[in-house]
Ligand binder design. Structure first.
Ligand code: 2P0
Length: 325
């Protein structure tokens, strides 16, 4: 009972920022992302009735502690779903998402794990079901089931049965690019899980965030379908700024930005003033992602690399959804 799956990372243009149910990972708002090529996780899951517990290796190293617990807890969901609660698995993951590339690996990691585990058990499930299962490993991972642009529909039900991602357009619909601008000092002291909870619980700006998302989401989807780059970029940038504004209204307040983060943001505005369309987005950390069109790639890369404090710039195209090897 063995299978291997490959899933790519994704970056949200409309951010997921807050949970209404932490156990089931149900969000307070819908979100929308672009799946990227180049950065992915390949995971092999082998269920074996002889095992007395799960094992997990990442890039060849045996993992224990919190990371192991999260993987094993997630596999238990799938075992329970399959009606074999006591059959454990060996899990081997190879992460092609280096820290130096400036992306989180939880999205591709949980999507690949969910895909490999369900395939290994021959579970006949739809992409929608797979997205729902994946969501319970890490929220943003449920969007990595699909290539191109995907929307995680928040749903309303308490049991989470209507909270899953759906594809918006496939990767070949539109060749937009994303540069990850990695800063040399990338210490992250507040995880996204902790940061979003504090914000939901205490931020005086949280209601404002929630009231803005539906409009941003509807507009960006229209922009993606008609390939209106300025519209899509401007909404993504403004949505990111609203998400980060909520952290300043939290108690205690916090920010993910460094001085260098703001330097890159300012440079992106200068690039626009030069007549080159480019827009930024930022996740729960100091690194900046820049959305641009392929014809400006070499110019943008050159400008971003020259910013003081930038340690790496990686370039990505739209990527594919989950696949099985
Ligand atoms: C996103 N982020 O939409 C947002 C924007 C960070 C900022 O999804 O607790 O690792 O596992 O559901 O998915 C990061 O949160 O959080 C995230 P959990 P996750 O991409």
């Amino acid at each position: 009972m063995k299978a291997t799956a490959k899933a790519h990372t994704n970056i949200a243009l409309i951010k997921y920022w807050g949970k209404r149910n932490e156990k089931l990972i149900l969000p307070t708002n819908s979100s929308l992302s672009l799946t990227l090529d180049g950065f992915y996780t390949e995971t092999t899951v082998n269920f074996n009735e002889e095992l007395t517990e799960d094992t997990f290796s990442l890039n060849g190293t045996t993992i224990t502690g919190n990371q192991y617990d999260r993987v094993s807890k997630f596999l238990q969901l799938i075992r329970d779903h399959a009606g074999i609660p006591n059959v454990y698995a060996d899990v081997h993951s190879i992460n092609h998402v280096p820290t130096a590339a400036g992306f989180a690996s939880s999205a591709s990691g949980f999507a690949a794990l969910a895909g490999a585990a369900t395939k290994a058990l021959n579970l006949d499930i739809s992409d929608e079901e797979l997205s729902k299962i994946t969501r319970q490993g890490s929220g943003s991972a449920c969007r990595s089931i699909y290539g191109g642009f995907a929307e995680w529909q928040m749903g309303e039900k308490e049991d989470g049965s209507d909270s899953f991602a759906v594809p918006i357009v496939p990767p070949d619909h539109w060749d937009v690019r994303m540069a990850a601008v990695v800063l040399s000092d990338t210490m992250k002291d507040i995880s996204s899980r902790v940061g979003m909870k504090r914000t939901v619980d205490t931020s005086v700006f949280y209601e404002g965030w929630l009231s803005a998302v539906p409009h941003d989401l509807a507009e960006i989807k229209q922009g993606i379908i008609v390939k209106d780059f300025e519209k899509v970029g401007a909404i993504a940038e403004s949505n990111c700024l609203k998400m980060h504004a909520t952290t300043l209204g939290a108690d205690p307040p916090f920010t993910y930005w460094l001085d260098k983060t703001m330097r890159v943001m300012q440079k992106v505005r200068e690039i626009r003033a030069m007549g080159i369309p480019a827009y930024f987005t930022i996740d729960a950390g100091p690194n900046v992602k820049v959305l641009y069109l392929p014809e400006y790639e070499s110019k943008i890369e050159q400008i971003l690399r020259e910013i003081p404090g930038v340690s790496n710039v990686t370039l990505s195209k739209p990527g594919q959804g989950i696949s099985y090897l």
